[in-house]
Design a protein around this ligand. Structure first.
Ligand code: IMP
Ligand code: MG
Length: 178
C-alpha cells in the first residue's frame, strides 16, 4: 500500500482494519467471560481511545456503562513525562467494576496517573485494557490486565491515535517509515 504523509513525516500501513476488529472482538469476548456477569463501568481515556472504546463496547455483548476521562501526556511524537487531566469523572465509582480502556501504553506515565486517580476511589475491581503496548519503552511496575497488540518502539497513528492532532480518522494503523 502507498505511504501517506502527515505533517512532515511519512507513514506506512502496519495493522489493517480487519486485524484490529478481530483483536477487539476477541478481547471483548474474553473480558465478558472473565467478568462472570458483573456489569462493568468502562472508562475510556480521551482522546486516543475513543474509537477503540466505541468498537470495544459494541463487541461487548452484555450490560455495561461507559464514561470518559481526558488525559494528555504526548507532545507531537514524544511523551512529555507529565500528564495533564483535562476532564474528570462525575460517576460514583464506589463498589463498581471499573475497566479502563486505553489506546496505547508507552512509557506508562499516563497509566500511573490513572492508577493514582482511581486509587483514591473505593472500587470493587479495576482492570486495565489497552489496545497497544510497547514493552521496550515501558518503565513502570504497573499491572496491565489485557493487551491486544504488543508492538516495538514505533510511533503509530490511526484508529484514534494521532500525530500532532492528525491521523485519528484513519481506519487502519500506520507506522512511521524509517
Ligand atoms: P505514556 O504515558 O508514555 O504511556 O503514553 C501514553 C499516551 O501517549 C497514549 O495514551 C497516547 O495518547 C500517546 N501515545 C503513546 N505512544 C503513541 C504512538 O505511538 N502514537 C500516538 N500516540 C501515542
Ligand atoms: Mg491515550
Amino acid at each position: 500500500m502507498k505511504p501517506i504523509q502527515i505533517h512532515d513525516k511519512n507513514f506506512e500501513v502496519y495493522i489493517d482494519r480487519d486485524k484490529i476488529q478481530q483483536a477487539v472482538s476477541s478481547l471483548a469476548q474474553q473480558l465478558k467471560k472473565d467478568l462472570k456477569g458483573e456489569r462493568p463501568l468502562f472508562i475510556s481515556i480521551l482522546n486516543g481511545a475513543f474509537i477503540f472504546a466505541a468498537d470495544f463496547i459494541r463487541a461487548y455483548k452484555s450490560e455495561c456503562e461507559i464514561t470518559f476521562i481526558k488525559l494528555a501526556s504526548y507532545e507531537k511524537t514524544k511523551s512529555s513525562g507529565k500528564v495533564k487531566q483535562l476532564l474528570g469523572i462525575n460517576e460514583d465509582l464506589t463498589d463498581r467494576t471499573i475497566i479502563v480502556l486505553e489506546d496505547i501504553i508507552d512509557t506508562g506515565t499516563t497509566l500511573q496517573e490513572i492508577y493514582k486517580i482511581l486509587g483514591e476511589e473505593k472500587v470493587k475491581d479495576l482492570k486495565i485494557v489497552s489496545l497497544f503496548f510497547k514493552p521496550e519503552v515501558f518503565k513502570k511496575e504497573l499491572h496491565i490486565d489485557y493487551v491486544a497488540f504488543e508492538i516495538p518502539d514505533n510511533f503509530i497513528v490511526g484508529y484514534g491515535l494521532d500525530y500532532d492532532g492528525l491521523g485519528r480518522n484513519l481506519p487502519d494503523i500506520y507506522k512511521l517509515s524509517k
